[in-house]
Write a protein that binds this ligand. Structure first.
Ligand SMILES: [Zn+2]
Length: 544
Protein backbone atom coordinates (compact mmCIF):
# COMPACT_ATOMS: atom_id res chain seq x y z
CA UNK A 1 0.00 0.00 0.00
CA UNK A 2 1.64 3.18 1.17
CA UNK A 3 5.35 3.44 1.55
CA UNK A 4 5.08 4.38 5.23
CA UNK A 5 4.09 0.83 6.01
CA UNK A 6 7.55 -0.28 5.04
CA UNK A 7 9.23 2.16 7.39
CA UNK A 8 11.68 3.98 5.09
CA UNK A 9 15.08 3.80 6.73
CA UNK A 10 16.07 7.49 7.04
CA UNK A 11 12.71 8.49 8.52
CA UNK A 12 12.82 5.58 10.92
CA UNK A 13 16.34 6.47 12.00
CA UNK A 14 15.46 10.09 12.65
CA UNK A 15 12.41 9.10 14.60
CA UNK A 16 14.34 6.45 16.52
CA UNK A 17 16.75 9.14 17.56
CA UNK A 18 13.81 11.20 18.76
CA UNK A 19 12.48 8.34 20.82
CA UNK A 20 15.96 7.71 22.24
CA UNK A 21 15.94 11.17 23.72
CA UNK A 22 12.69 10.35 25.46
CA UNK A 23 14.14 9.69 28.88
CA UNK A 24 15.66 13.12 29.31
CA UNK A 25 12.56 14.82 27.97
CA UNK A 26 10.37 13.01 30.44
CA UNK A 27 12.61 14.48 33.11
CA UNK A 28 12.23 17.99 31.72
CA UNK A 29 8.47 17.71 31.56
CA UNK A 30 8.09 16.30 35.05
CA UNK A 31 10.33 18.99 36.46
CA UNK A 32 8.54 21.79 34.65
CA UNK A 33 5.13 20.60 35.71
CA UNK A 34 6.45 20.29 39.23
CA UNK A 35 7.68 23.87 39.12
CA UNK A 36 4.27 24.96 37.94
CA UNK A 37 5.40 26.17 34.56
CA UNK A 38 2.65 26.31 31.97
CA UNK A 39 3.06 24.05 28.98
CA UNK A 40 3.79 26.85 26.53
CA UNK A 41 6.68 28.04 28.70
CA UNK A 42 7.92 24.48 28.71
CA UNK A 43 7.75 24.37 24.94
CA UNK A 44 9.71 27.58 24.67
CA UNK A 45 12.54 26.25 26.80
CA UNK A 46 13.01 23.01 24.91
CA UNK A 47 14.69 22.83 21.54
CA UNK A 48 12.55 21.44 18.82
CA UNK A 49 14.71 22.25 15.85
CA UNK A 50 16.63 18.98 16.11
CA UNK A 51 13.47 16.93 16.17
CA UNK A 52 11.95 15.28 13.14
CA UNK A 53 8.80 16.67 11.64
CA UNK A 54 6.33 13.82 11.74
CA UNK A 55 4.12 15.27 9.04
CA UNK A 56 0.65 13.94 8.72
CA UNK A 57 -0.59 10.95 10.64
CA UNK A 58 -0.22 8.51 7.83
CA UNK A 59 3.48 9.29 7.73
CA UNK A 60 4.24 8.31 11.30
CA UNK A 61 6.07 5.04 10.68
CA UNK A 62 4.72 2.00 12.51
CA UNK A 63 8.12 1.39 14.09
CA UNK A 64 8.15 4.88 15.60
CA UNK A 65 4.71 4.46 17.11
CA UNK A 66 5.68 1.03 18.46
CA UNK A 67 8.83 2.44 20.10
CA UNK A 68 6.86 5.25 21.66
CA UNK A 69 4.44 2.63 23.00
CA UNK A 70 7.31 0.56 24.38
CA UNK A 71 8.66 3.50 26.31
CA UNK A 72 5.26 3.90 27.95
CA UNK A 73 4.65 0.15 28.44
CA UNK A 74 8.04 -0.16 30.18
CA UNK A 75 6.79 2.21 32.88
CA UNK A 76 3.47 0.39 33.18
CA UNK A 77 5.18 -3.02 33.65
CA UNK A 78 7.19 -1.72 36.58
CA UNK A 79 4.18 -0.07 38.20
CA UNK A 80 3.26 -1.94 41.40
CA UNK A 81 -0.39 -1.89 40.31
CA UNK A 82 0.33 -3.69 37.04
CA UNK A 83 -1.06 -7.17 37.68
CA UNK A 84 -0.45 -10.44 35.84
CA UNK A 85 -3.37 -12.40 37.25
CA UNK A 86 -3.36 -15.57 35.15
CA UNK A 87 -7.09 -16.22 35.51
CA UNK A 88 -8.30 -12.72 34.63
CA UNK A 89 -5.66 -12.39 31.91
CA UNK A 90 -6.98 -15.53 30.21
CA UNK A 91 -10.51 -14.18 30.45
CA UNK A 92 -9.62 -10.84 28.86
CA UNK A 93 -7.49 -12.64 26.26
CA UNK A 94 -10.40 -14.89 25.31
CA UNK A 95 -12.36 -11.77 24.31
CA UNK A 96 -9.38 -9.90 22.91
CA UNK A 97 -8.27 -12.68 20.55
CA UNK A 98 -11.78 -12.95 19.09
CA UNK A 99 -11.84 -9.20 18.51
CA UNK A 100 -8.40 -9.26 16.86
CA UNK A 101 -9.48 -12.13 14.60
CA UNK A 102 -12.60 -10.21 13.64
CA UNK A 103 -10.61 -7.04 12.90
CA UNK A 104 -8.23 -9.07 10.72
CA UNK A 105 -11.12 -10.65 8.85
CA UNK A 106 -12.71 -7.27 8.22
CA UNK A 107 -9.43 -5.77 7.02
CA UNK A 108 -9.38 -3.19 9.82
CA UNK A 109 -6.26 -4.83 11.17
CA UNK A 110 -3.76 -4.96 8.31
CA UNK A 111 -1.02 -7.63 8.22
CA UNK A 112 1.62 -4.90 8.66
CA UNK A 113 -0.04 -3.48 11.78
CA UNK A 114 -0.69 -6.99 13.05
CA UNK A 115 2.96 -7.86 12.80
CA UNK A 116 4.59 -4.63 13.94
CA UNK A 117 2.42 -3.69 16.90
CA UNK A 118 2.36 -5.39 20.30
CA UNK A 119 -1.41 -6.07 20.69
CA UNK A 120 -0.79 -6.47 24.38
CA UNK A 121 -3.46 -5.85 27.04
CA UNK A 122 -2.25 -4.96 30.55
CA UNK A 123 -4.42 -5.26 33.63
CA UNK A 124 -4.20 -2.45 36.18
CA UNK A 125 -5.21 -2.96 39.79
CA UNK A 126 -7.51 0.04 40.11
CA UNK A 127 -11.13 0.38 41.14
CA UNK A 128 -12.03 3.10 38.65
CA UNK A 129 -13.69 2.36 35.33
CA UNK A 130 -11.15 2.87 32.61
CA UNK A 131 -9.57 1.37 29.53
CA UNK A 132 -7.01 3.00 27.30
CA UNK A 133 -5.15 2.53 24.04
CA UNK A 134 -1.51 3.53 23.87
CA UNK A 135 0.73 3.96 20.85
CA UNK A 136 2.03 0.77 19.24
CA UNK A 137 -0.85 -1.53 20.14
CA UNK A 138 -0.43 -1.49 23.92
CA UNK A 139 -3.73 -1.39 25.79
CA UNK A 140 -4.71 -1.19 29.42
CA UNK A 141 -7.80 -2.19 31.37
CA UNK A 142 -8.54 -1.22 34.97
CA UNK A 143 -9.91 -4.07 37.06
CA UNK A 144 -12.74 -1.70 38.01
CA UNK A 145 -14.06 -1.92 34.45
CA UNK A 146 -14.17 -5.73 34.53
CA UNK A 147 -15.92 -5.61 37.91
CA UNK A 148 -18.49 -3.09 36.67
CA UNK A 149 -19.60 -4.48 33.31
CA UNK A 150 -22.56 -6.84 33.26
CA UNK A 151 -21.53 -9.09 30.40
CA UNK A 152 -18.64 -10.12 28.17
CA UNK A 153 -20.45 -8.20 25.42
CA UNK A 154 -20.15 -4.92 27.34
CA UNK A 155 -16.46 -5.55 27.98
CA UNK A 156 -15.98 -6.47 24.32
CA UNK A 157 -17.59 -3.20 23.24
CA UNK A 158 -15.03 -1.17 25.19
CA UNK A 159 -12.10 -3.29 24.01
CA UNK A 160 -13.28 -3.12 20.39
CA UNK A 161 -13.58 0.67 20.61
CA UNK A 162 -10.01 0.98 21.96
CA UNK A 163 -8.73 -1.54 19.41
CA UNK A 164 -10.21 0.59 16.65
CA UNK A 165 -8.41 3.74 17.86
CA UNK A 166 -5.21 1.80 17.18
CA UNK A 167 -6.15 0.16 13.88
CA UNK A 168 -7.51 3.45 12.50
CA UNK A 169 -4.13 5.01 13.36
CA UNK A 170 -5.81 7.66 15.50
CA UNK A 171 -2.77 7.80 17.75
CA UNK A 172 -0.50 8.45 14.79
CA UNK A 173 -2.82 11.18 13.57
CA UNK A 174 -2.88 12.72 17.03
CA UNK A 175 0.92 12.57 17.15
CA UNK A 176 1.16 14.49 13.92
CA UNK A 177 -1.54 16.99 14.87
CA UNK A 178 0.40 17.80 18.01
CA UNK A 179 2.94 19.45 15.77
CA UNK A 180 4.53 21.33 18.64
CA UNK A 181 4.91 18.14 20.65
CA UNK A 182 7.61 15.56 20.18
CA UNK A 183 6.90 11.85 20.60
CA UNK A 184 8.84 12.02 23.86
CA UNK A 185 6.72 14.81 25.19
CA UNK A 186 3.69 12.80 24.28
CA UNK A 187 4.98 9.79 26.21
CA UNK A 188 5.50 11.93 29.29
CA UNK A 189 2.05 13.47 28.93
CA UNK A 190 0.36 10.12 28.39
CA UNK A 191 2.03 8.70 31.50
CA UNK A 192 0.92 11.72 33.47
CA UNK A 193 -2.67 11.44 32.34
CA UNK A 194 -2.68 7.69 33.07
CA UNK A 195 -1.42 8.36 36.58
CA UNK A 196 -4.08 11.03 37.08
CA UNK A 197 -6.80 8.56 36.04
CA UNK A 198 -5.94 6.25 38.91
CA UNK A 199 -7.93 6.07 42.08
CA UNK A 200 -5.95 7.90 44.73
CA UNK A 201 -5.04 5.49 47.49
CA UNK A 202 -2.14 5.60 49.92
CA UNK A 203 -0.36 2.58 48.44
CA UNK A 204 -0.96 3.53 44.83
CA UNK A 205 -0.18 7.23 45.01
CA UNK A 206 2.64 7.88 42.59
CA UNK A 207 4.82 10.89 42.07
CA UNK A 208 3.14 11.47 38.75
CA UNK A 209 -0.20 11.48 40.51
CA UNK A 210 0.92 14.36 42.65
CA UNK A 211 2.28 16.19 39.63
CA UNK A 212 -0.87 16.03 37.61
CA UNK A 213 -3.22 18.05 39.68
CA UNK A 214 -6.20 20.19 38.85
CA UNK A 215 -6.09 22.33 35.77
CA UNK A 216 -2.81 20.98 34.46
CA UNK A 217 -4.06 17.43 34.23
CA UNK A 218 -7.19 18.68 32.50
CA UNK A 219 -5.18 20.82 30.08
CA UNK A 220 -2.90 17.93 29.16
CA UNK A 221 -5.83 15.55 28.95
CA UNK A 222 -7.61 17.83 26.52
CA UNK A 223 -4.49 17.89 24.31
CA UNK A 224 -4.39 14.11 24.26
CA UNK A 225 -8.08 13.46 23.68
CA UNK A 226 -9.04 11.99 20.37
CA UNK A 227 -11.12 14.29 18.18
CA UNK A 228 -14.89 13.96 18.04
CA UNK A 229 -14.60 12.42 14.59
CA UNK A 230 -12.10 9.86 15.83
CA UNK A 231 -14.43 8.89 18.67
CA UNK A 232 -17.28 8.40 16.26
CA UNK A 233 -15.07 6.37 13.96
CA UNK A 234 -13.89 4.17 16.87
CA UNK A 235 -17.55 3.64 17.83
CA UNK A 236 -18.51 2.71 14.28
CA UNK A 237 -15.53 0.45 13.53
CA UNK A 238 -15.51 -1.02 17.03
CA UNK A 239 -19.20 -1.85 16.80
CA UNK A 240 -18.60 -3.73 13.53
CA UNK A 241 -15.61 -5.57 15.00
CA UNK A 242 -17.47 -6.71 18.11
CA UNK A 243 -20.62 -7.78 16.26
CA UNK A 244 -18.59 -9.69 13.65
CA UNK A 245 -16.69 -11.35 16.51
CA UNK A 246 -20.04 -12.79 17.64
CA UNK A 247 -20.84 -10.47 20.55
CA UNK A 248 -24.32 -9.19 21.26
CA UNK A 249 -24.87 -5.71 19.79
CA UNK A 250 -26.97 -5.05 22.89
CA UNK A 251 -23.71 -5.06 24.86
CA UNK A 252 -22.58 -1.98 22.96
CA UNK A 253 -25.89 -0.25 23.66
CA UNK A 254 -26.04 -1.06 27.36
CA UNK A 255 -22.39 -0.06 27.89
CA UNK A 256 -23.15 3.21 26.16
CA UNK A 257 -26.15 3.73 28.43
CA UNK A 258 -23.97 3.09 31.49
CA UNK A 259 -21.44 5.68 30.38
CA UNK A 260 -24.15 8.18 29.50
CA UNK A 261 -25.72 7.80 32.91
CA UNK A 262 -22.37 8.28 34.62
CA UNK A 263 -21.75 11.35 32.44
CA UNK A 264 -25.10 12.83 33.50
CA UNK A 265 -24.16 12.28 37.14
CA UNK A 266 -20.76 13.84 36.38
CA UNK A 267 -19.19 10.76 37.92
CA UNK A 268 -15.68 11.50 36.67
CA UNK A 269 -13.92 10.11 39.69
CA UNK A 270 -15.18 6.57 39.26
CA UNK A 271 -15.27 6.84 35.45
CA UNK A 272 -11.98 8.31 34.23
CA UNK A 273 -12.95 6.68 30.93
CA UNK A 274 -15.37 9.55 30.42
CA UNK A 275 -12.59 12.13 30.58
CA UNK A 276 -10.84 10.53 27.62
CA UNK A 277 -14.05 9.51 25.82
CA UNK A 278 -16.59 12.31 26.31
CA UNK A 279 -20.22 11.46 25.51
CA UNK A 280 -20.82 13.98 22.76
CA UNK A 281 -24.30 14.50 21.32
CA UNK A 282 -23.07 13.09 17.99
CA UNK A 283 -21.89 9.86 19.62
CA UNK A 284 -25.17 9.51 21.48
CA UNK A 285 -27.16 10.13 18.29
CA UNK A 286 -25.07 7.52 16.42
CA UNK A 287 -25.61 5.00 19.20
CA UNK A 288 -29.37 5.61 19.17
CA UNK A 289 -29.47 5.18 15.42
CA UNK A 290 -27.61 1.88 15.74
CA UNK A 291 -29.94 0.76 18.48
CA UNK A 292 -32.98 1.39 16.30
CA UNK A 293 -31.57 -0.93 13.68
CA UNK A 294 -31.29 -3.75 16.19
CA UNK A 295 -33.96 -6.45 16.33
CA UNK A 296 -36.18 -6.42 19.41
CA UNK A 297 -34.11 -7.09 22.51
CA UNK A 298 -33.88 -10.80 23.10
CA UNK A 299 -32.94 -11.41 26.70
CA UNK A 300 -29.83 -13.59 26.95
CA UNK A 301 -29.20 -15.34 30.26
CA UNK A 302 -26.43 -13.68 32.28
CA UNK A 303 -23.01 -15.17 31.58
CA UNK A 304 -21.85 -17.36 34.49
CA UNK A 305 -18.12 -17.15 33.75
CA UNK A 306 -18.33 -13.38 33.44
CA UNK A 307 -20.12 -13.08 36.79
CA UNK A 308 -17.27 -14.97 38.46
CA UNK A 309 -14.58 -12.95 36.68
CA UNK A 310 -16.26 -9.68 37.69
CA UNK A 311 -16.26 -10.88 41.32
CA UNK A 312 -12.60 -11.82 41.06
CA UNK A 313 -11.71 -8.40 39.62
CA UNK A 314 -13.53 -6.70 42.48
CA UNK A 315 -11.64 -8.64 45.17
CA UNK A 316 -8.30 -8.12 43.41
CA UNK A 317 -8.70 -4.33 43.62
CA UNK A 318 -7.98 -4.70 47.35
CA UNK A 319 -11.26 -3.48 48.81
CA UNK A 320 -11.51 -2.82 52.53
CA UNK A 321 -12.42 -5.42 55.13
CA UNK A 322 -16.04 -4.20 55.20
CA UNK A 323 -16.44 -4.97 51.48
CA UNK A 324 -14.81 -8.38 51.90
CA UNK A 325 -17.21 -9.19 54.75
CA UNK A 326 -20.17 -8.05 52.69
CA UNK A 327 -19.07 -10.30 49.82
CA UNK A 328 -18.84 -13.21 52.21
CA UNK A 329 -22.27 -12.52 53.72
CA UNK A 330 -23.90 -12.02 50.32
CA UNK A 331 -23.28 -15.63 49.36
CA UNK A 332 -25.40 -16.81 52.29
CA UNK A 333 -28.31 -14.41 51.77
CA UNK A 334 -31.67 -15.90 50.84
CA UNK A 335 -31.95 -13.43 47.94
CA UNK A 336 -28.79 -14.79 46.33
CA UNK A 337 -29.95 -18.35 46.75
CA UNK A 338 -33.11 -17.57 44.74
CA UNK A 339 -31.19 -15.61 42.10
CA UNK A 340 -30.31 -16.79 38.57
CA UNK A 341 -27.36 -19.16 38.23
CA UNK A 342 -24.87 -16.45 37.18
CA UNK A 343 -25.64 -14.37 40.23
CA UNK A 344 -25.29 -17.33 42.56
CA UNK A 345 -22.00 -18.37 40.98
CA UNK A 346 -20.67 -14.80 41.08
CA UNK A 347 -21.63 -14.38 44.73
CA UNK A 348 -20.09 -17.70 45.77
CA UNK A 349 -16.92 -17.06 43.77
CA UNK A 350 -16.58 -13.57 45.29
CA UNK A 351 -17.15 -15.00 48.77
CA UNK A 352 -14.42 -17.65 48.35
CA UNK A 353 -12.00 -15.01 47.05
CA UNK A 354 -12.83 -12.64 49.94
CA UNK A 355 -12.51 -15.41 52.51
CA UNK A 356 -9.19 -16.60 51.11
CA UNK A 357 -7.93 -13.03 51.41
CA UNK A 358 -8.91 -13.01 55.06
CA UNK A 359 -7.60 -16.54 55.66
CA UNK A 360 -11.07 -17.77 56.63
CA UNK A 361 -10.27 -21.20 55.30
CA UNK A 362 -13.32 -23.04 56.61
CA UNK A 363 -15.83 -20.60 55.18
CA UNK A 364 -13.96 -20.57 51.88
CA UNK A 365 -14.09 -24.36 51.77
CA UNK A 366 -17.86 -24.37 52.39
CA UNK A 367 -18.62 -21.81 49.70
CA UNK A 368 -16.28 -23.55 47.27
CA UNK A 369 -18.18 -26.82 47.77
CA UNK A 370 -21.48 -25.00 47.12
CA UNK A 371 -19.99 -23.41 44.00
CA UNK A 372 -18.81 -26.78 42.68
CA UNK A 373 -22.29 -28.21 43.19
CA UNK A 374 -23.87 -25.70 40.76
CA UNK A 375 -24.77 -26.96 37.26
CA UNK A 376 -21.96 -25.18 35.40
CA UNK A 377 -20.83 -25.34 31.77
CA UNK A 378 -17.28 -26.35 30.81
CA UNK A 379 -15.93 -22.80 30.75
CA UNK A 380 -17.32 -22.04 34.22
CA UNK A 381 -16.12 -25.40 35.55
CA UNK A 382 -12.61 -24.59 34.44
CA UNK A 383 -12.70 -21.28 36.28
CA UNK A 384 -13.97 -23.01 39.46
CA UNK A 385 -11.26 -25.68 39.14
CA UNK A 386 -8.61 -22.95 38.98
CA UNK A 387 -10.10 -21.35 42.10
CA UNK A 388 -10.02 -24.71 43.89
CA UNK A 389 -6.34 -25.11 42.90
CA UNK A 390 -5.59 -21.66 44.33
CA UNK A 391 -7.39 -22.68 47.52
CA UNK A 392 -5.32 -25.89 47.75
CA UNK A 393 -2.14 -23.90 47.21
CA UNK A 394 -3.08 -21.42 49.90
CA UNK A 395 -3.94 -24.18 52.36
CA UNK A 396 -0.53 -25.76 51.73
CA UNK A 397 -1.58 -28.93 49.95
CA UNK A 398 0.08 -28.27 46.58
CA UNK A 399 0.23 -31.99 45.76
CA UNK A 400 -3.59 -32.01 45.65
CA UNK A 401 -3.56 -28.98 43.36
CA UNK A 402 -1.18 -30.88 41.08
CA UNK A 403 -3.48 -33.92 40.89
CA UNK A 404 -6.54 -31.74 40.34
CA UNK A 405 -4.98 -29.75 37.49
CA UNK A 406 -3.07 -32.58 35.85
CA UNK A 407 -6.18 -34.79 35.89
CA UNK A 408 -7.73 -32.28 33.50
CA UNK A 409 -4.66 -31.92 31.35
CA UNK A 410 -5.80 -34.59 28.88
CA UNK A 411 -9.18 -32.97 28.44
CA UNK A 412 -7.46 -29.66 27.79
CA UNK A 413 -5.21 -31.22 25.20
CA UNK A 414 -8.16 -32.35 23.13
CA UNK A 415 -9.63 -28.86 23.16
CA UNK A 416 -8.45 -26.75 20.26
CA UNK A 417 -7.53 -23.86 22.54
CA UNK A 418 -5.16 -25.92 24.70
CA UNK A 419 -2.21 -23.70 23.91
CA UNK A 420 -4.22 -20.72 25.07
CA UNK A 421 -5.03 -22.15 28.52
CA UNK A 422 -2.22 -20.23 30.14
CA UNK A 423 -3.88 -20.09 33.56
CA UNK A 424 -4.08 -23.90 33.93
CA UNK A 425 -0.50 -24.32 32.69
CA UNK A 426 0.86 -21.60 34.98
CA UNK A 427 -1.09 -22.70 38.04
CA UNK A 428 -0.06 -26.32 37.52
CA UNK A 429 3.58 -25.22 37.24
CA UNK A 430 3.23 -23.09 40.38
CA UNK A 431 1.69 -26.05 42.24
CA UNK A 432 4.45 -28.41 41.11
CA UNK A 433 7.11 -25.96 42.30
CA UNK A 434 5.29 -25.55 45.63
CA UNK A 435 5.59 -29.30 46.32
CA UNK A 436 9.36 -28.68 46.62
CA UNK A 437 10.03 -31.95 44.81
CA UNK A 438 12.83 -31.92 42.25
CA UNK A 439 10.89 -34.30 39.99
CA UNK A 440 7.85 -31.99 40.01
CA UNK A 441 10.07 -28.97 39.37
CA UNK A 442 11.45 -30.76 36.30
CA UNK A 443 7.94 -31.32 34.97
CA UNK A 444 7.10 -27.65 35.61
CA UNK A 445 10.23 -26.49 33.78
CA UNK A 446 9.39 -28.78 30.86
CA UNK A 447 5.85 -27.38 30.47
CA UNK A 448 7.01 -23.78 30.85
CA UNK A 449 9.81 -24.23 28.30
CA UNK A 450 7.37 -25.61 25.74
CA UNK A 451 5.02 -22.68 26.41
CA UNK A 452 7.85 -20.17 26.06
CA UNK A 453 8.89 -21.46 22.65
CA UNK A 454 5.41 -20.37 21.53
CA UNK A 455 5.12 -17.26 23.73
CA UNK A 456 8.68 -15.99 24.25
CA UNK A 457 7.43 -12.56 25.43
CA UNK A 458 5.67 -14.01 28.51
CA UNK A 459 7.61 -12.43 31.39
CA UNK A 460 5.47 -14.17 34.03
CA UNK A 461 6.25 -17.61 32.57
CA UNK A 462 9.99 -16.78 32.55
CA UNK A 463 9.82 -15.87 36.26
CA UNK A 464 8.10 -19.13 37.09
CA UNK A 465 10.62 -21.05 35.00
CA UNK A 466 13.37 -19.41 37.02
CA UNK A 467 11.83 -20.79 40.25
CA UNK A 468 11.53 -24.25 38.68
CA UNK A 469 15.25 -24.26 37.79
CA UNK A 470 16.19 -22.91 41.19
CA UNK A 471 14.37 -25.80 42.81
CA UNK A 472 16.40 -28.23 40.71
CA UNK A 473 19.61 -26.51 41.80
CA UNK A 474 20.26 -25.26 38.26
CA UNK A 475 21.51 -21.78 39.10
CA UNK A 476 22.71 -20.96 35.60
CA UNK A 477 19.34 -21.50 33.94
CA UNK A 478 17.54 -19.87 36.86
CA UNK A 479 19.50 -16.63 36.46
CA UNK A 480 19.10 -16.67 32.68
CA UNK A 481 15.31 -17.06 33.05
CA UNK A 482 15.27 -14.09 35.43
CA UNK A 483 17.21 -12.09 32.86
CA UNK A 484 14.70 -13.01 30.13
CA UNK A 485 11.81 -11.98 32.39
CA UNK A 486 13.39 -8.53 32.82
CA UNK A 487 14.03 -8.26 29.08
CA UNK A 488 10.43 -9.12 28.23
CA UNK A 489 9.28 -6.43 30.67
CA UNK A 490 11.44 -4.08 28.52
CA UNK A 491 13.71 -3.34 31.49
CA UNK A 492 17.00 -3.68 29.59
CA UNK A 493 19.43 -2.47 32.30
CA UNK A 494 18.05 -5.00 34.80
CA UNK A 495 18.15 -7.74 32.15
CA UNK A 496 21.80 -6.96 31.33
CA UNK A 497 22.64 -7.07 35.02
CA UNK A 498 21.19 -10.60 35.28
CA UNK A 499 22.77 -11.82 32.04
CA UNK A 500 26.16 -10.63 33.35
CA UNK A 501 25.57 -12.52 36.60
CA UNK A 502 24.76 -15.63 34.54
CA UNK A 503 27.91 -15.12 32.50
CA UNK A 504 30.02 -14.88 35.64
CA UNK A 505 28.48 -18.05 37.00
CA UNK A 506 29.08 -19.90 33.71
CA UNK A 507 32.76 -18.89 33.77
CA UNK A 508 33.12 -20.01 37.36
CA UNK A 509 31.49 -23.37 36.57
CA UNK A 510 33.78 -23.77 33.55
CA UNK A 511 36.86 -23.12 35.72
CA UNK A 512 35.66 -25.77 38.14
CA UNK A 513 34.98 -28.14 35.20
CA UNK A 514 31.33 -28.31 36.21
CA UNK A 515 29.94 -27.15 32.89
CA UNK A 516 28.65 -30.10 30.85
CA UNK A 517 27.68 -30.04 27.17
CA UNK A 518 24.21 -28.63 27.86
CA UNK A 519 25.76 -26.08 30.19
CA UNK A 520 28.11 -24.96 27.44
CA UNK A 521 25.19 -24.44 25.09
CA UNK A 522 23.39 -22.42 27.78
CA UNK A 523 26.53 -20.29 28.29
CA UNK A 524 26.68 -19.57 24.55
CA UNK A 525 23.02 -18.50 24.58
CA UNK A 526 23.72 -16.22 27.54
CA UNK A 527 26.65 -14.56 25.69
CA UNK A 528 24.53 -13.99 22.58
CA UNK A 529 21.54 -12.63 24.52
CA UNK A 530 23.76 -10.29 26.50
CA UNK A 531 25.09 -8.80 23.26
CA UNK A 532 21.54 -8.35 21.93
CA UNK A 533 20.36 -6.65 25.10
CA UNK A 534 23.40 -4.36 25.18
CA UNK A 535 22.61 -3.28 21.64
CA UNK A 536 19.02 -2.56 22.65
CA UNK A 537 20.14 -0.53 25.64
CA UNK A 538 22.59 1.47 23.51
CA UNK A 539 19.74 2.29 21.17
CA UNK A 540 17.77 3.52 24.18
CA UNK A 541 20.48 5.72 25.62
CA UNK A 542 22.20 7.06 22.50
CA UNK A 543 22.24 10.83 22.04
CA UNK A 544 21.12 11.58 25.54
ZN1 LIG B 1 -12.40 6.54 22.27
Amino acid sequence: MNSFLHTPAPAAQAANAAVRRLRTRVGVLALSVLMGLPLNALQAQTTFSRLPNLGDGAQVPLGVERRLGESIAREIYRDPDYIDDVVLSDYVQSLWQLLLASARQRGDLTPELDQQFAWDVSLIRDRSINAFALPGGYLGVHLGLIAAVASPDELASVLAHELSHVTQRHIARMMSQQDRQTPMMMAAMILGVLAASRTANPSGASAANALMVGGQAAAIQSQLNFSRDMEREADRVGYGVMVDAGYEPQGFVSMFEKLQQAARLNDNGAFPYLRSHPMTTERIADAQARQQLLPAKTPTPPNVTHAMMAARAQVLTNPGVDVLRALSAQADSSVTKQAPLARQAGALYGAVMAEMRQSEVKKAQQHLTQLQALPLDASAQRVVRLLRAEYLLQTSVPAQAVSLLSAHNDIQKTASHIDKDRASMMLLARSRIATQSVEEAKLAAQALSIWLTQQPRDAGAWMLLSSAYEQQGDGLRAIRAQAEARAMSLDYPAAIDRFKAAQDLARQLARESKLDRAGNIEAAIIDARLRELEALRREQTLQR
